[in-house]
Design a protein around this ligand. Sequence first.
Ligand code: AMP
Length: 202
Amino acid sequence: MMLGAPGAGKGTISTMLSEKYNIPHISTGDIFREEAKTNKELQEIMNSGKLVPDDVVNEIVKKRLQKEDCQNGYILDGFPRTIAQAEFLDNNNISFDSVVDLEVTEEEVIRRLGSRRVCTKCKAVYNITTHNPKQENVCDNCNETLIQREDDKPESIKHRLKVYLEKTAPLIEYYTKKGILKEVDANPSIQEVFELTLKVLE
Ligand code: AMP
C-alpha cells in the first residue's frame, strides 16, 4: 500500500512497482476520475479536493480486489485514506504485506502539484519542470494533449493537504503499530525514490 501526501509520487512509484512485479496497480483516484466523466456530483467532490464517502470507496475497492488479476498481489495507491477505510480492510480480512510511506516536504508537494500535467487517456504523469514530454504538452505514449488536473490548481491543493493531514496522516501511526510501515524519503528524483522503495521492500 502506498501512503503519502498528494504529490509524494504514489502514482508514479506504483506504476513502476506494478511493471517490476507484474501485479496490478489499483488507484482509487484513477477509478474515480474515469467515473467522474459521467458523474457531475463526483466531479465536484474531486475538483474541490474533498474525499469521496468511505462506504462508496470501500465497496468499489472490495469488488476490484476480488478480480482474478489480484490473486498474486496488488499495489493499492490512494486507498485506504482514512482510518475508517483501513478498519474496513481489517474487518474484511483484506491484508497487505507492506505500507510504503512516501515522505515529502510541503514545499515540494506544492511545487510538484503545480507543475504536474497528466494524460487523460493513458494516465501518464509528467512535470513541466522535471519530467517534460518529448513534444510540449503532448503525451509520449498516445499523442493526447496533456492537461492540468482541476484539483492540482492552488485552491484545491491547499484543501487536499489539509484533508491529508487530518484524515490520512493518522494511518502512519495505525500501520506503524501493526509493524508494516516502511518510510521512504520521497524528496529526491523519481529514480532515486524508486530505488529507495525497492530497498525497503526487499
Ligand atoms: P488521487 O488521484 O489519489 O489524488 O485521488 C483524487 C481524488 O479522488 C481525491 O482527492 C478524492 O476526491 C478521490 N479519492 C481517491 N481515493 C480516495 C479514497 N480512498 N477515499 C476517498 N476519496 C478518494
